[in-house]
Design a protein. Structure first.
Length: 382
């Protein structure tokens, strides 16, 4: 198996903390295997029902249907990201409901006190994941047939629909400033991995949509094929290019240092693309883990930290965020108890890398109205 390069992070721009866009590369074997996590074993559940390693704490920052800073937090919180805001930061969070959808934002000062909350996108459908852009915008993606991508502003300026990025069952997005490309996942069992090449970098109003072309193996080389009709009607975008590689339920996506990682829920895999070499391989496969049982199942949203660790959230499983380390170890970082009818969504780090935000989409009730958004603080390694 070709050896892979993992994360060592820096932010993409002055504002976005999508860790890992100017990263030092560390060669590692793939795929990741079971082992002890970098922070030690999980401790008993705390008052919020979260098991964390020693030295870490959690707090609830928002609950669906309840007021936070005078604003009613949305139902079914999903994908999210953090943007620097002076000495503080803003956490944006999608709402995966239909109809209604959209995106809300929480503003924090330098002391992590919540100073505001507000809506930045409304009246869309099933806003699942998305991606932070280097020009301080959040792409919010509709997970519906012929869904759109919306370019939103964390500070509340009007959102803009971006049809040139294709109409399909969107999931996540990630920016590659080196190749001036936006990668996109598709959440269907025979989905594709796409890239959008804007005509002008930073302007998503026009450009070229492409899909990966490759064989059926779990590793090899790839090329890109242009989608003739990004509108996806009458022929779906994934069915327009001969030789397009199929992925079983594309989910989370993260870019760093010439590499993109994305998850596929249908087969519980994390894939790695070496974009400089145009090769792909598996970074994680739950059917290939040893010794013992796989700690990571129900793979979903993914983000990276400044240490070079990859954090993967579970949709189902046993409600964990698992860490995949630079030495190819996969282990639970946290576990949410008493919420088996939910899923973990929207993991994102603050600019300093010492706070992690995420949501339990349906909380203890198992309903979209029961969502809970959390903050975890502690000695994250750097």
């Amino acid at each position: 198996m070709q050896r892979r390069n993992f994360l060592r992070a820096a932010a993409i721009g002055a504002g976005v903390t999508a860790f890992g866009n100017t990263l030092t590369r560390t060669a590692m074997a793939a795929p990741a295997q079971n082992g002890p996590g970098p922070y030690g074993p999980l401790q008993p559940a705390n008052a919020n029902g979260i098991q964390l390693p020693a030295g870490f704490t959690s707090r609830v920052v928002a609950r669906s249907g309840q007021q936070v800073a005078g604003y009613t937090w949305h139902n079914a919180p999903d994908g999210g990201a953090v943007f620097a805001d002076g000495g503080g930061w803003i956490y944006v969070s999608n709402s995966e409901i239909n109809p209604g959808g959209g995106v809300s934002a929480l503003r924090f000062d330098a002391d992590a006190t919540i100073t505001g909350a507000y809506r930045i996108l409304a009246n869309t459908r099933l806003n699942c994941a998305g991606g932070a852009m280097p020009w301080n915008k959040w792409l919010s993606c509709e997970e519906i047939d012929l869904g759109f991508v919306y370019e939103t502003d964390p500070w509340g300026a009007a959102a803009v629909q971006r049809p040139a990025m294709g109409r399909f069952k969107h999931e996540a997005a990630a920016a590659d400033p080196v190749r001036r490309a936006i990668y996109l996942t598709e959440d269907v069992p025979d989905g594709c991995l796409y890239r959008f090449l804007p005509t002008t970098w930073g302007d998503l109003s026009s450009g070229t949509l492409q899909v990966i072309r490759a064989g059926t193996a779990t590793s090899g080389s790839f090329t890109w094929g242009t989608v003739p009709d990004p509108d996806g009607s009458p022929t779906a975008t994934r069915n327009q290019v001969s030789g397009a590689k199929r992925f079983n339920g594309g989910e989370g996506l993260h870019y760093a240092n010439d590499t993109a990682w994305f998850t596929t829920k249908g087969d519980n895999r994390v894939w790695q693309l070496n974009l400089a070499a145009s090769t792909y391989e598996l970074a994680y496969d739950d059917s290939l883990v040893s010794p013992g049982t796989a700690p990571l199942t129900g793979v979903d949203n993914v983000t990276g930290s400044s240490s070079g660790d990859l954090y993967v959230a579970e949709d189902g499983g046993n409600m964990e965020i698992c860490v995949i380390t630079p030495n190819d170890i996969v282990a639970p970082f946290l576990r949410v108890t008493g919420q088996s009818g939910s899923e973990i969504t929207g993991p994102a780090f603050t600019p300093a890398g010492n706070r992690l935000y995420f949501s339990s989409q349906r909380g203890t009730s198992g309903s979209s109205s029961g969502g809970i958004t959390y903050e975890v603080t502690g000695p994250f390694r750097s």
